[in-house]
Design a protein around this ligand. Structure first.
Ligand code: SF4
Length: 490
């Protein structure tokens, strides 16, 4: 039996507390931010071919507790790694180069994305001079010269992004419905936190600005979530709504740093030239007051995103939503029945004279107009903004949310599914089809996998799964009583 919202959230919260109460405390150093063609050597490093214990270039003992994950985007080669350097736990990223000098040659020493690197591994270094590895924030990074490196033997066929975890075995012994109840409870817990975050933001700023920032974040997912949040903070919705649509759009694109003066001259397409001209005519009148110092410019990421998801197009979608703000606000304030269907139908009527046909400010027009907000962004808007708002007011809306389909799998979700379900494709599909299941999986990944720095060895989650199984098998009345029938947490 599934408990209604938010009772299962309470069940998960207790389980989570119980699991961590059984964990061995570790002293952690400050958690660092997470930030190849050298592909062969990286694959060997990750595959453990060089072992786990090394002597660093300063004579320190470097032990790899966990290798982390392959980073396929920009930034260091491996993220979420954990090391013991002379016994001190360091968590962060690892960069693997063929030559120690590649750190500076590739500009990593000036790139803030590499500030989270805790280990620089290389296969070679100059014989006559010492090379140090320093981050943009002037932090010294431990170095390891690979001792056993003996030449390239060709890349491996399979480059895993993560390893299956130790909880794989106990999960495999659990019944589908017991795992489903765990995911549902974790998803309720996550939903309760989202609803609470929105409520706190609304209290701290204003309901309208909280909604605007949440919508901008949902459109910025995944790489530009923070960039969109900063933009929403620098362009308060109250001010934007007092402007005419073109001025509003100029303010957004200018504050985002997308209105380079040279763009209009360089634009080859007449429609782009005309669009930029309209924006520039407004932007120059407010530029002096609004444009941030270059050091405070918003950093956007366009790598690894499909053309239709380019941050400029997402910003165009935000401008399109502002043109229909009253309707969006009413969907949030007074969500009617069948919210998903209603929002889907409404989204089909959203259009923008430029952004329905363009991916970026440099790209030619698309042969056909495309929807301003695609399927996955719409689901994130529903799952992260509209449903948390609706469920925060009426908990019984949970059952409608639980039917919301999942988004196309992202890297984090893939890692989580691989760690918990291994190569069991059937279970991976079964437990990632719905949005709430995906959210539950991500919650467990964040609560346990990202908190673990022992490569699963000290993670208390696998042992405590028995407790969950037993409670999931208990009579419904006992579970309701244990969770607290009032369930009033918001
Ligand atoms: S860290 Fe814990 S929850 Fe994550 S895969 Fe390992 S055993 Fe499972």
């Amino acid at each position: 039996m599934s408990l209604p919202y938010p009772l299962a959230a309470t069940e998960y919260e207790r389980f989570r507390r119980l699991v961590w109460s059984r964990a061995t405390p570790v002293v952690r150093s400050a958690r660092l931010g997470f930030a190849g063609d050298e592909l062969e050597i990286q694959a060997r490093w990750f595959g453990g071919e060089f072992g786990r214990t090394f002597t660093g270039t300063e004579g320190e003992r470097v032990e790899v507790v966990q290798f982390g994950h392959w980073n396929r985007g920009a930034g260091p080669d491996f993220t979420e790694s954990a090391l013991l350097v002379d016994g001190e736990l360091r968590r962060g990223a690892v960069e693997v180069d063929l030559d120690a000098r590649n750190w500076e040659r590739h500009g990593h020493g000036d790139n803030p994305e590499f500030n989270g690197v805790v280990l620089h591994v290389f296969a070679d270094r100059p014989a006559s001079s010492r090379v140090f590895t320093r981050t943009e924030s002037h932090r010294h990074v431990a170095q390891v010269l690979l001792p056993q490196y003996s030449g390239l033997q060709g890349p491996p066929d399979f480059l895993p992004e993560a390893y299956p975890g130790r909880c794989l075995a106990p999960l495999a012994r659990m019944h589908d419905r017991e795992i489903e109840s765990l995911l549902l409870a974790a998803a309720q817990y996550r939903m309760r936190r989202k609803a609470e975050r929105l409520r706190v933001m609304a209290g701290a700023i204003s309901r309208e600005q909280a909604l605007f920032q949440a919508v901008a974040e949902a459109l910025g997912f995944r790489h530009n979530k923070t960039a969109m949040a900063i933009l929403a903070q620098r362009c308060p919705v109250g001010e934007l709504l007092r402007m005419d649509p073109v001025r509003r759009e100029a303010r957004l694109f200018g504050a985002a740093g997308f209105l380079d003066p040279s763009l209009a001259e360089m634009a080859r397409m007449a429609d782009t030239r005309a669009y930029l001209r309209r924006l520039w005519d407004r932007w120059w009148t407010m530029r002096g007051e609004v444009e941030p110092d270059p050091r405070r410019a918003i950093r956007w990421r366009a790598d690894g995103t499909r053309p239709l998801n380019h941050p400029q197009r997402r910003l165009g979608a935000l401008a399109g939503l502002l043109d229909r703000w009253e309707e969006l606000r009413s969907l949030w304030e007074k969500p009617g029945d069948r919210l998903e269907q209603h929002v889907n139908n409404w989204s089909k009527t959203l259009a923008h004279p430029y952004w329905s046909r363009h991916c970026t400010l440099r790209s030619p027009a698309l042969p056909q107009p495309c929807r301003l907000i695609g399927k996955d962004r719409l689901r994130d808007l529903l799952g992260n903004v509209l449903f948390p708002g609706a469920i925060g007011v009426s908990p019984d809306r949970w059952s409608e949310y639980a039917r919301l389909g999942g988004v196309d799998s992202n890297q984090k979700l893939k890692r989580a599914a691989l760690r918990l379900f291994g190569s069991d494709q059937q279970r991976r599909k079964l437990f990632t089809s719905y949005y709430h299941q995906q959210q539950g999986l991500l919650q467990i990944y964040e609560d346990f996998c990202l908190e673990d720095a022992s490569d699963c060895r000290d993670c208390p989650f696998p042992e405590q799964l028995l407790q969950w199984r037993d409670s999931a098998r208990a009579k419904p009345a006992a579970r309701l009583e244990a969770a607290g029938a009032d369930g009033n947490f918001l």
